[in-house]
Write a protein that binds this ligand. Structure first.
Ligand code: DGJ
Length: 580
């Protein structure tokens, strides 16, 4: 009996000890929510989605000015404005210098405060690691790195003169950057694993060598005169059938050799210099990324300062950066880096974005202008996963065109993400001088033109100055009556996303366009509107603001049937039919 009592007592004691040891970690509470799945990339159909909290994340984003978050206090007033402007993601710089002011001593207080404030405003964050390089130069490393070029070597020009650009060929530079970045990612893991406020990382910023096509330091000259690394040659040979035309052209022009020095394999022009720099930037940043992913494996992208129209040779733009023509060298050298992203400030936005969608590269646009037509087009036509105007704090207010456009895209996000994967979504954008564009979806042709288009509703007697409101309080997106909208920059371009959900059923969202219809079915060539609703999604449920016909659909049916997306972007549910 005594033994049994002793046994029970020991068992109960052991149980109590076990339970108390487990309690803090095992029981999620309001303070420590159960960890959401880690943000990751997932290929779905033809696109790759960023998965956050288990769902595809459409980044309706903006990038803060470079040093905005160098103290939490400085950036604190910005967060509520981003949230009011319907952003869900902010791109936030983290400088190596303010993170590791003394070697091995880290200070994450600015980041901690910024993440706390972003979270309380319901925003997610992409951290931009301003480590060894930003915009081609090395202005963000700590002073103890900058002041010691003997230990942390820099790139050099033909005369041996140093540049303020850390050398890609130095393992010391690479490991120092990698140690700091790994400490950052360790901190993010400890701080953020339960909340996943940080969803992605940008590695460095717009890297590449400025002022010359390649580094001319002694180390660089020796490496350049040596053989092209076997890993690169193997990659090119193994992936020959899917290499980009730019790579094949460079390689073939020099005779398509499978080994040799950089000049033997890639010729004696600046193309070889650029390939050499791309390889070395990629290897360096791959290593830094790898050290960070060991701590916390969230997706990582690099951003490119793209070639500008006035640029003649690499070095006018950062040589060896992830510009479109260098993608194969980056893919070969940096398998840890998930995405190669363009910063697009040029007018040929769609062309550049398309160049960055080749070979399955997911389209992320971390820096651009706040052009809402580009946002709709990138997301609806080119399957962009993120759109992010730069200097966002200067562009947001609750009544800005960007806030209105993001408001519509936010409502449509579940539909957009679903239809990105199956080719049942298209988008257009146009300017005042652009002619009408035809978009075929299923058995219907949508003809879209700037303004009202044929058969559009007549303009209102007195154009409204602001976005009009219907009696029901729903912002007037289409039909007559909206008229002027916000005017100014918002009225300058037309844009629309069209999503097909059934043979005759569509969602149409956008602004400043007239739409008329025809059928592709020869037996029933005419198309018209069966029913049209104007409204909005509230908590993912469609709420009708108005039913539209008559004056609001081109004064009738038949070949007069038309829709009008006014200056104030909105959403229409459109059901068509065809007849003869
Ligand atoms: C491009 C850089 O990547 C940004 O960090 C910023 O400096 C902008 N240029 C300024 O226009």
């Amino acid at each position: 009996m005594r033994h049994r009592i002793l046994f029970i007592a020991i068992t109960l004691f052991a149980f109590a000890v076990t339970m108390s040891a487990q309690t803090p970690a095992a029981a999620p509470s309001a303070q420590t929510p159960a960890a959401a799945p880690i943000p990751h990339l997932e290929k779905r159909g033809a696109v790759t989605h960023l998965i956050v909290d288990g769902k595809p994340w459409l980044g309706l984003a903006g990038e803060l000015l470079n040093n905005a978050a160098s103290t939490a206090e400085n950036v604190r007033p910005v967060w509520p404005n981003l949230a009011k402007a319907n952003l869900n993601t902010a791109l936030v710089g983290v400088g190596w210098g303010w993170t590791e002011p003394q070697e091995g001593k880290f200070d994450f207080s600015a980041l901690d405060g910024a993440l706390r404030d972003a979270r309380s405003n319901n925003l997610r964050v992409v951290l931009l690691w301003f480590g060894s390089w930003k915009n081609g130069t090395s202005s963000y490393p700590p002073a103890w790195v900058k002041r010691n070029p003997d230990k942390y070597p820099v790139a050099r020009d033909k005369d041996g003169k140093g540049r303020e650009i850390l050398s890609t060929l130095s393992a010391t530079n690479m490991e120092a950057d990698g140690r700091a970045y790994a400490a950052l990612m360790r901190h993010v893991r400890q701080l953020d694993s339960a909340r996943r406020t940080v969803i992605m990382i940008q590695m460095e910023n717009e890297v590449g060598l400025l002022g010359d096509s390649r580094d001319r330091s002694k180390e660089a000259n020796e490496a350049f005169a040596g053989p092209v690394p076997k890993e690169l040659m193997d990659y090119l040979q193994k992936n020959k059938s899917s290499l980009l035309p730019e790579t094949l052209k460079l390689w073939d022009a020099a005779g398509g050799k499978t080994s040799g020095t950089w000049e033997e394999v890639f010729g004696s022009g600046t193309g070889a210099d650029e390939a050499f720099m791309a390889w070395h930037y990629a290897r360096y940043m791959n290593r830094v990324t790898e050290l960070g992913k060991k701590e916390y494996p969230i997706p990582v992208y690099v951003n490119a300062w793209i070639v500008q129209p006035q640029d003649k040779v690499p070095g006018d733009y950062p040589s060896g950066g992830p510009q479109a023509q260098n993608h194969d060298f980056w893919r070969a050298g940096a398998p840890q880096i998930d995405i190669l992203a363009p910063d697009i400030y040029l007018a040929n936005f769609a062309e550049i974005a398309t160049m960055y969608s080749r070979n399955g590269n997911p389209l992320f646009i971390p820096e651009t202008r706040g052009d809402v037509a580009n946002a709709f087009y990138a997301i609806g036509q080119l399957n962009a996963q993120m759109f992010s105007p730069f200097g966002i704090e200067r562009q947001v207010s609750a009544d800005s065109p960007l806030a209105a456009a993001y408001g519509v895209l936010k409502q449509l996000t579940p539909l957009i993400m679903e239809h990105q994967t199956n080719g049942t979504m298209k988008a257009v954008m146009m300017d005042a001088g652009t002619g009408a564009q035809k978009v075929t979806m299923g058995n219907y042709v949508f003809e879209l033109a700037m303004g009202g288009g044929r058969g559009a509703a007549p303009p209102p007697a007195a154009p409204a100055a602001g976005g009009g409101r219907s009696a029901a309080g729903v912002p007037q997106a289409a039909g007559g009556g909206g008229g002027g909208g916000r005017g100014g920059a918002a009225a300058a371009r037309g844009y629309a996303i069209i999503i097909q959900t059934g043979p005759d059923d569509f969602w149409v969202a956008g602004a400043n366009l007239g739409i008329k219809f025809s059928s592709t079915v020869s037996a029933t060539p005419m198309a018209s509107l069966a029913a049209v609703e104007e409204g909005r999604f509230v908590n993912n449920a469609w709420v009708v603001g108005r039913h539209l016909a008559g004056d609001d659909t081109g004064m009738g049916g038949g070949d007069r049937a038309s829709l009008r997306l006014t200056a104030n972007p909105g959403i229409l549910r459109v059901s068509l039919f065809s007849y003869r």
